[in-house]
Design a protein around this ligand. Structure first.
Ligand code: ADE
Length: 373
């Protein structure tokens, strides 16, 4: 009976003596931890407190949903079971394992960081928040998550979930995309968070944000351990908090993508080491929406080299700052590809199987990939 009465564990607020922000967060600790102990999802990275696992999972979970991360996490750990093996990984293999997760600089930074850890920290994560913060690809959120979850250091780990929960709890209308607003929340939590179980405290806030105080749509206040403390719930403010600044428009870009087949092989090329989708492979593509008559010229081919050109359906891919609106052509070439790299272009002709297993091809080309059978 008492099991679900979070009130049993709470300090009650009196109407004539409202809580300060600090009081409200301190009062949130026990119901949060109680709820987390009872309802936390069983997730692969919660099986133990290995700092390497915590690190990899937290990086993958940035900008990616839990369900999408699970299979990547397992495969990644099988391929690179520890920091030295990640440091020594071949870049194509690393990016192939990341294929589909997006935001590939995360994978590159993981490896950069693994190299620093191997050289300077004997292949171990330092149990020190300040040292973690200095590592490549590790910001205050990730450093806080590793320090608190793996090493029980009482520092906050503030991601979008936590910002949403805390801003609603305290009816804070600031723009949380501003670094100064986030810093204030970090300071507030640093002074009020549970000091005995900091890792559980942080994960509980993340968990409430992920499954109860959800990012899209109405929060599930009926099952929230913080409902009786929450000012946004009291005043029906979930639509207004967290405050969302107007979205920046994405740049629209038209591209034409080619599946070029020759002798059963497919042409791909490696993207430059800097910029969008750096160092990944791609199907040949050019800017603009090309009509069929321009295909040969765009590919630098003579019309007689092409046996067949077939138009493919239009497709769209949304990056964070750019949107590609794509047209596609399946172009079949006469003859056989030259061995290895085609010198005339930066194309590499690969077997269809190799494309599946070896070369990292980003999601942007997913819509066309299914025509390669
Ligand atoms: N999102 C970010 N970190 C997470 C974690 N540790 N568990 C579940 N979802 C998360």
């Amino acid at each position: 009976m008492y099991d679900d009465l979070y009130g049993q564990l709470q300090v009650l607020e009196r109407e004539d003596a409202p809580f300060s922000q600090e009081d409200r967060l301190r009062a949130a600790g026990r119901p949060l931890l109680y709820w987390y102990g009872k309802y936390a999802r069983k997730l692969p990275w919660r099986e133990n407190k290995d700092p390497y696992r915590i690190w990899i999972s937290e990086i993958m979970l940035q900008q990616t949903r839990v369900e999408a991360v699970k299979p990547y996490f397992q495969r990644f750990l099988e391929a690179f079971p520890d920091i030295p093996s990640l440091a020594a990984a071949e870049e194509d293999r690393l990016l192939k394992l990341w294929e589909g997760l997006g935001y590939y600089s995360r994978a590159r930074n993981l490896q950069k960081c693994a190299k620093v850890l191997t050289e300077d920290y004997k292949g171990q994560m330092p149990a020190d928040y300040g040292a973690l913060l200095k590592l490549p690809g590790i910001g205050s959120y990730t450093a806080g998550a590793i320090a608190s979850i793996a090493f029980s250091i009482p520092v906050p780990a503030v991601d979008g979930n936590v910002l949403r929960v805390v801003s609603r709890l305290t009816a804070n209308r600031e723009d949380m995309t501003k670094p100064a607003a986030k810093k204030k929340i970090e300071a507030l939590l640093a002074g009020t968070m549970d000091r005995m179980r900091p890792g559980d405290f942080n994960q509980a806030l993340i968990e409430v944000g992920a499954v109860v105080c959800v990012p899209n749509g109405e929060p599930k206040c009926m099952v929230c351990p913080l409902a009786s403390l929450c000012l946004a719930k009291r005043d029906s403010l979930w639509r207004e908090i967290p405050f969302k600044p107007p979205k920046k428009e994405r740049r629209l870009e038209k591209r034409t993508v080619f599946i070029v087949e020759q002798g059963g092989r497919i042409a791909i090329r490696k993207r430059p080491p800097k910029g969008l989708l750096a160092s990944l492979y791609e199907l040949p593509n050019v800017e603009g929406e090309l009509p069929e008559e321009s295909v040969a010229q765009a590919l630098g081919l003579q019309a007689k080299e092409i046996i067949d050109t077939e138009m493919l359906p239009a497709a769209k891919h949304i990056f964070s700052h750019v949107e590609w609106n794509m047209t596609g052509y399946y172009v079949t070439l006469a003859g056989e590809p030259d061995a290895g790299k085609n010198e005339r272009k930066d194309w590499i002709f690969v077997e269809k199987e190799q494309l599946k297993g070896q070369y990292p091809l980003p999601n942007a080309f997913q819509a066309y990939r299914k025509f390669i059978t």
